[in-house]
Structures are given as C-alpha cells and as structure tokens.
Design a protein around this ligand. Structure first.
Ligand SMILES: NC(=O)c1ccc[n+]([C@@H]2O[C@H](COP(=O)([O-])OP(=O)(O)OC[C@H]3O[C@@H](n4cnc5c(N)ncnc54)[C@H](O)[C@@H]3O)[C@@H](O)[C@H]2O)c1
Ligand SMILES: [Zn+2]
Length: 374
C-alpha cells in the first residue's frame, strides 16, 4: 500500500508492506529518492543509518544488506536509547560523527527506530549542512502510524518536551510491520491507541475494527496489522496534507493529547507510555463532550470501551486540580484558554475552547474511578 503525503516542498510516499525491509534499497531507488533509478552516482550515495542498539541488533543486518544490494554506501551510527537522549547534545554528537565519516551535503540520513530516533535524526537532517535528505524507517507502532509522517521533529529541553525542533519532511517513509514482532507487548499496545485516535477523528471503519479486536491476536495477524497501520497512515497523511503546520486542521490529531500530555507531565513521564496517557485522555475527552451534550451518550460509551478493550492501562492516581494547573501552563495554551479536541460522533471531532474547569475536573475524577474499577 502506498499513501501520498502531499506537502511542500514536494509530496512523498509512505509505503506500507510486510517484509519491505528486505528490499528497502531498491524501493528507495524506485521512489526516486537518492539518485533515482539511473545508475550514475549510485556508488557514491552515502546513507547514514541513525538507530539505537536494540533495533540495530535485531534488524540492522537486514537493512544494511538491502541498502548494499542497491549500491548505497551505508554506515550505521548508534545513539543511546530512550527519551532522555532525545536532546540537542545527541544531535551535535551525531553530526560530529557524520562529519568524521565524511558526510557531505549530498548525504542521506535514514532514521531507523522508534519516535525517539525519528525525531532526533529528523532534526539532525534538517540542520546538517543546512539540511540533507531524510528517510524514515519507523520500527514501533507509534512511529509507524504517527511520528514518521508529517515532517515534525524535535528534541526535549529540561523545561519541557519537544520544545526545540523544525519541520523537515522526509523524502520517503518505509513501513515494515514485520519488525513489530520484536517490540515489547506494552509498546505495541501503546502505539495502537494512536490508531484508535485516528479512528475516532476520521475513520469509523478503523474504529469499528479496533473496538472489537484482541490486541494479542492482532499482533500475530500480519495482514490485519498492515491494514490497521495503512488506515492510520492514510488518515494522518490526509490531515497533514491539508495543513502542514498545525494551524487549524492538524489540531484534530491532538485528540486525547491535551489531558494525555498533562498526565505524562504530572507523573514525570515515568508512569505512562505516551500512547497510554493519550488513551486516558481520549476517555476524558469523550466524558467532557458527553457532559456538555455534544455527543450521543452511546458513542461516548463506545469510545471509552474501545480504549479499555486495548488495555490494561496504568492506574490514574493524580489530583484533578494538578492536571488543571498543568493544562493552563501547556505550551499550546494561549491566554489561559485550553483547547480541547472533542468527539461529536465516531469519526468526527471539533475543537472547543469553552470547557468549564469544573467539567475538566469531573472528567479526571471519572478516570480515577474507572481505573480503580479495572
Ligand atoms: N514527530 C512527531 O510527529 C511525533 C508524533 C508522536 C510522537 N513523537 C515522539 O515519539 C517518541 C516516542 O516514540 P516511541 O513510542 O516509538 O518510543 P521509542 O522510540 O523510545 O521506542 C520505544 C522502545 O522500543 C524500542 N524499539 C523500537 N523498535 C523496536 C523493535 N522493532 N523491536 C524491539 N524494540 C524496539 C526502542 O529501542 C525503545 O526502547 C516521543 O519522543 C514523542 O515525542 C513524535
Ligand atoms: Zn501522540
């Protein structure tokens, strides 16, 4: 399955296909990335694969083999694993390493890993010699359905996540669901919540599938996994194609994220995986709309049950007052007005900026109740 992401400066393809890693090099030639299909300059095309030890160990050989088969001159540069290493110092260290290895402005960077690698290598690609070509080969569900598409990158500051970054679109995104076989189960499920999010904001068919699925079985069903990823990518591509820089429409992708981010921050990013916090955030958003009467109670219930179906989730032990305070200090909050993306039906959301504090607090209380009942 190929999905076009139609953004400036040029559209690119996201290719989703089981086993694609084995022919990643040929595919890049096919797509016209890096020298195109003409053999001239092939040998000199440098590709720097940025990855983490986990991914390198399990899937590195396969990718390098595929790149060599298409005559790329590929070298691997490892970065340390984990969110704390998504910082500017890592970008600088990687850039120094590239320079030592002889990378010039025609070098290509391949981000091979989860969202941490994608965001760090993405920023590196946008800065190295004022910008070089980037290819995303995401290896987590979250990165495959979300982070690798749309050209956003960034690193963290001590004072907050993703505060330093740019837009730098990849030349191509290569998605191979088969690499998910080595992903820890909790990471796998956490990524699926972002797919469920896509279902709620614009793909009822995807929602209907995920509300009934058994996550353990889905993990083993390659055909279905490929479909779920492709549907999510299509939705994300549609949204970013119409609005590259998050002015208006792209905001819908933040469904579940307003409260999700606050939950992550309040628990110092240790208690929840990102997708899990978003999962609770989606339940809270559905509760908020139901309270204000903008959604059928039955649809709100379906959203809640669909989230819980992909569980279990870590417990909610936060105070609603603290969450409210965090919401008001979020970087996306302007003049004390918190924007919520609220579902109005399955497959439809709207942005609201008039949710009373009391209703937000009630929604957090509801999460606590639910998590105790689980
Ligand atoms: N740029 C965007 O639009 C965007 C969107 C959403 C999230 N993000 C960012 O993505 C990051 C989270 O990404 P993530 O959830 O992928 O986390 P991650 O990159 O930390 O990966 C999670 C863990 O899985 C391991 N891993 C990756 N692929 C594997 C595989 N195939 N087999 C076994 N282990 C594997 C990694 O080594 C890591 O330990 C956050 O920093 C978030 O801010 C960015
Ligand atoms: Zn997210």
């Amino acid at each position: 399955m190929r999905v076009t992401v139609a953004v400036p400066p040029r559209p690119y393809q996201a290719v989703i296909e089981d086993g694609l890693l084995n022919r990643a090099g040929a595919l890049l030639r096919d797509l016209g990335v890096a020298g195109g299909a003409t053999p001239a300059n092939h040998r000199s095309q440098q590709a720097f694969v940025i990855t983490v030890p986990q991914v390198h160990r399990r899937w590195g050989k396969r990718l390098l083999h595929a790149l060599a088969a298409a005559e790329f001159n590929a070298q691997v540069i490892e970065m340390r694993d984990g969110e704390p290493h998504k910082k500017l110092a890592t970008v600088e260290a990687l850039a120094e390493k590239m320079l030592r290895l002889g990378a010039d402005r025609d070098a290509m960077i391949i981000a091979f890993g989860g969202g941490v690698v994608g965001d760090t290598a993405g920023l590196l690609a946008s800065l190295y010699m004022r910008g070089v070509d980037l290819v995303q080969i995401p290896t987590t569900v979250l990165a495959q359905v979300d982070a690798s598409i749309g050209g956003k990158n960034g690193v963290n500051l001590r004072g907050g996540k993703n505060l330093l970054g740019t837009f730098h679109q990849p030349r191509a995104v290569l998605i191979d669901p088969s690499v998910l076989s080595t992903l820890p189960e909790r990471e796998f499920r956490a990524g699926l919540y972002e797919s469920l999010k896509c279902g709620v904001i614009g793909s009822p068919e995807l929602f209907e599938y995920l509300e009934k699925v058994d996550a353990k079985q889905l993990r083993r069903n390659r055909e279905k996994i490929e479909w779920v990823i492709a549907e999510s990518v299509k939705l994300k591509a549609k949204v970013v194609s119409s609005d590259e820089r998050e002015g208006g429409l792209r905001r819908v992708l933040n469904f579940g994220h307003t409260i999700g981010h606050a939950l992550e921050a309040e628990t110092a990013y240790r208690h929840f995986l990102h997708g899990e916090a978003v999962a609770w955030g989606m339940i809270a958003a559905a509760h908020i709309t139901a309270t204000t009467g903008r959604i059928d109670q039955s649809d709100a219930t379906r959203i809640r049950e669909a989230v819980l179906n992909l569980g279990p989730l870590p417990k909610i032990e936060v105070r609603s007052r603290n969450i409210l305070r965090l919401l008001l200090s979020d970087k996306k909050t302007r003049d004390g007005v918190v924007h919520f993306v609220l579902p109005t039906a399955i497959g439809k959301v709207e942005v609201a900026n008039d949710v009373p504090d009391r209703v937000v607090c009630e929604a957090i209380d509801e999460l606590r109740r639910l998590s105790q009942a689980e």
